[in-house]
Design a protein. Sequence first.
Length: 202
Amino acid sequence: MYQPMKKERIEQFVVWMIFAVLFVPLFIVRNPLTDQFIATFFSQSMFFQIVVEILVVGWLALAFSGKKFRPNWRDPVVISVNIFMLLLIVSQFFSVDFERSFWSVQDRMTGLFHYLPLWALFLVLHSILKHKQELWARLVRFSTMVSVIVALIAICEQFSSSSNSISSTLSNPNHLAAYLLIHVFLAIWLFLDSKQKWNLLI
């Protein structure tokens, strides 16, 4: 009786941490020099990695408890992603600047150090969502709601700032454009997939 309840709580914790990952675009920090809240890609990346590391600990506890929560290593998508990560790791040893290839730079965070938690998050999502398919729609809906908040902040920034470079909470206009573009199509999918379109946001 105790063991199933404990496993259920851990699984619920993992699900909540997956939702926490979607909060990354809204994560901002206070600048001690100006006493203002700012958004930096580096701080958001660190927040993402911390959340994913906590998430992975919970997922590993579930994975050791049963095969249900383990990834299907024979899945073509999993194989493709694993091959990509293997090639990425091997390429580190042939890079011109190993240190930069691993750590990248603060305003980009595209090194191996950032790809490793992305890979871990992919394995967690693959393992959890394969038997919780109803969670997909909830995650997409929640992520779309977060993107609406980011877009509203961008609109307010447009009217309150004299600059033509609008980045909202993502610190970079290019990142903002890519993030919102993805969610435009996700919103369209949610709208078309919803049977009660007026109740989509409920």
